[in-house]
Design a protein around this ligand. Structure first.
Ligand SMILES: Nc1ncnc2c1ncn2[C@@H]1O[C@H](COP(=O)(O)OP(=O)(O)OP(=O)(O)O)[C@@H](O)[C@H]1O
Ligand SMILES: [Mg+2]
Length: 439
């Protein structure tokens, strides 16, 4: 069959020790579904070869002369977004390994690499990456996301200006689905070179790291500390890259110290306002409280996506929130209402959740999207650390379809029609809910 060659997983090996390269190459030759398309001895050589040959998987050593495996991985996330990087290290390199994962590596193998480990890991990583690529509305373009090559450090000062549109996802009631929607919108917007940043501004119990299986020693807290002095290098070092290429700013781990002394709302808001101009869309996940932090986020947001569930208590709380937002000086169309966990429950026994028309009537606001309740798909995605939209190739499957449609709606509503608000302007705004910031 002519598809035989195409189905092979194209692997590149980057390691400075020739024997290691040979040994892995031999192991891969035993399996018919792998094809070694090249080997390189340094990170830089590997990066150049990857650009040229566009492999599916790059097996990457960490310690190498010239450019090490971590730097190479970081650059590959931007330059060769269709390739997945699998790091290889000895046990003692755990810290390096963690940094490599933050730079965008998909998985790792411990040296000496055994055949079974190698085959299983590469097949698993390949499948995940293909699933991710195929469910993106358009395959990622080189340079679409991920860190820029080191040296391009002028993001906050001189970098090309992007749309800088800030979308805050909020619900007055915990568990409504903000994190689910934020992670999927951010992923869904990543196409055609669109630069997207996902920020976890739920500073006490942020879940983005759990939903996307990301862990980092660096978080929003590091940027808050340096808010007066932000530069691209610091921002890039603090951000984490998901396997899909999405850039993420995580919130601090929920530890007693962080819970009793959360990040100052004003600093969080200023950080987001400052870095927004380097991205087209900044999707901000929030916690359910109405406090100085969230009031500040509402102020700088271009749109606030309010997430409701079709239940009495959710609708009641959203109504109170909408009244509060009404009292602000925000334009009427700043708020978008999304209904999550909608159930098709009109069968036997009658409806147990509230019908959308009734909710719209009660809240005097149109629902822009109804996202069905699909426990299995959503949980499966969270357990695998991937967005729901990447869990299946079937784009018509609920709630993948609705989440992708919502991302397109956001792109239309926020993308390009409005002049981006300048950072300075955003910081000076005094209207809206700024009164909430007073002690
Ligand atoms: N459409 C959906 N179908 C099925 N399950 C869903 C859906 N949306 C969210 N969930 C599930 O509901 C739970 C809460 O969702 P999520 O964490 O996104 O809400 P949240 O508003 O961010 O909550 P928190 O207040 O904890 O931050 C999660 O277990 C998630 O898997
Ligand atoms: Mg959440």
């Amino acid at each position: 069959m002519s598809g035989e060659a195409e189905r092979k997983i194209r692997v590149m090996i980057v390691d400075d020790i020739p024997e290691t390269r040979e040994q892995i190459k031999k192991l891969l030759m035993f399996e018919p579904d792998f094809e070694v398309i090249g080997t390189a001895g340094t990170g830089r050589e590997g990066l150049d070869m990857a650009r040229e040959t566009q492999p599916n998987i790059i097996l990457m050593d960490i310690n190498m002369p010239d450019m090490d495996g971590i730097q190479a991985t970081e650059q590959i996330a931007t330059a060769v977004p269709m390739a997945a990087v699998v790091m290889m290290s000895v046990q003692s390199e755990a810290d390096y390994l963690r940094r490599a994962m933050l730079a965008g590596a998909s998985d790792f193998l411990t040296k000496p690499v055994s055949g079974d480990d190698l085959y299983n890991t590469l097949r698993k990583v390949y499948e995940r990456k293909q699933a991710m690529i195929s469910t993106m509305p358009v395959a990622p373009q080189p340079g679409a996301a991920g860190p820029r090559p080191s040296g391009a450090t002028g993001m906050l000062r001189t970098a090309e200006k992007r749309l800088g549109q800030i979308l805050v996802i909020y619900s007055p009631k915990g568990g409504a689905g903000c994190t689910t929607i934020a992670t999927n919108l951010a992923s869904g917007l990543m196409r055609d070179g669109t630069r997207v940043l996902l920020v976890d501004a739920d500073v006490q119990f942020g879940d983005v790291g759990v939903f996307l299986n990301l862990k980092a020693p660096t978080t929003l807290a590091d940027l808050c500390e340096s808010v007066d002095d932000l530069d691209m290098e610091l921002v890039e070092n603090v951000l984490v890259t998901h396997g899909s290429g999405l850039r993420v700013l995580l919130s601090p781990e929920p530890e007693p110290g962080n819970l009793t002394n959360p990040l100052p709302g004003e600093a969080v808001t200023r950080v987001i306002a400052k870095i927004a101009s380097a991205y087209d869309f900044v999707i901000v996940d929030t916690g359910p409280q109405i406090d100085a932090l969230n009031a500040g986020l509402f102020d700088i947001a271009h749109k606030i996506m309010v997430v409701a569930n079709p239940t009495l208590s959710s609708v009641r709380n959203v109504r109170a929130l909408l009244r509060l937002l009404d009292e602000s000086e925000y334009p009427a169309d700043k708020t978008m209402l999304v209904l999550n966990r909608v159930m098709d429950d009109k069968g036997r026994g009658g409806r147990v959740t509230i019908a959308t028309e009734l909710i719209e009537k009660n809240l005097k606001l149109k629902v822009v999207s109804e996202i069905p309740s699909e426990d299995r798909v959503v949980l499966h995605a969270v357990n695998r650390g991937v967005p729901v939209i990447a869990i299946s190739k079937d784009r018509n499957r609920p709630p993948i379809k609705e989440l992708l449609d919502l991302a397109e709606l956001v792109r239309r509503k926020l993308g390009g029609q409005e002049e981006p608000v300048q950072e300075e302007e955003k910081e000076q705004k005094t209207g809206g809910l700024s009164w909430l910031r007073r002690p």
